[in-house]
Design a binder for this molecule. Sequence first.
Ligand SMILES: NC(=O)c1ccc[n+]([C@@H]2O[C@H](COP(=O)([O-])OP(=O)(O)OC[C@H]3O[C@@H](n4cnc5c(N)ncnc54)[C@H](OP(=O)(O)O)[C@@H]3O)[C@@H](O)[C@H]2O)c1
Length: 252
Amino acid sequence: MNRILITGASAGIGAALARAAAAPDVDFALWGRDTLRLSSVAGECRARGASAGSRVMDLRDAGAVAAAIVATDEAAPIDLAVFNAGIGGVSLGRDGLEDAAHALDVATVDFVAVVAGATAVARRMAARGRGRIVVVGSVADRLPLPMAPSYAGAKAGLLAFSRSLRGALARRGVGITYVAPGFVKTAMSDSAPGPKPFMLTSDDAARRILAAARAGRAELAFPLPYAILRSLAGFAPRAAAERAASAFAPRR
Ligand SMILES: NC(=O)c1ccc[n+]([C@@H]2O[C@H](COP(=O)([O-])OP(=O)(O)OC[C@H]3O[C@@H](n4cnc5c(N)ncnc54)[C@H](OP(=O)(O)O)[C@@H]3O)[C@@H](O)[C@H]2O)c1
């Protein structure tokens, strides 16, 4: 895994992933929007001996993602592609309902752009007969979240997409690792209201994600209490899961 693409590398988990993977034999393609933070992360990677190029890209322009992937892969073939960028938090109007413009951004960045990018890189990796794709989802992928329906829906979509793509690539030498983190201390979790039990540092999360990718794991949910909750939610009757989640429904 020497050529590594990371989306959302300018902050949080993506920046921590870049720092954790940085080594003299690694060549990064780091994507993000904030030029200064992105070049600072690239500098940290270079200080660890890696090569690092960056691309400023707004993933709300999802139609541009496939071509950007092809250009990045043509510059040097990608061995590991980590689709990590995401919008989270809770954005509710005064009526307690999600803002429609925010929901569109979440659906586009957290789902559509990942589907477009992962599909584009999967085709290139399959032609070479090697490569790994990491999709960063969330433990919210199986939870009905009344305060963040677009986020929960996007992450549920990523889980289904990753499982389906894995089947399509099974005999082509390309692996998919789908990751479902619980709370990780970043700007995203800072912006969400309420308690955040079992929160991990971004460095801890990055180490776990990299280890799962290197071990060729299909899926990883962490930390353990959330992995258990997520499994139980997967088996719970829909009505019971929605009743439990309604305790978190926003009030007007
Ligand atoms: N933190 C948590 O508790 C938690 C829990 C579960 C899952 N996750 C998932 O982990 C991933 C990383 O989250 P994080 O906590 O590290 O968040 P973060 O600190 O807010 O960082 C988000 C990253 O995504 C990039 N990004 C956001 N909108 C973008 C856009 N429109 N175009 C391009 N890049 C964009 C940001 O780039 P700029 O800063 O340059 O705009 C930044 O690099 C997300 O997929 C998130 O859903 C996080």
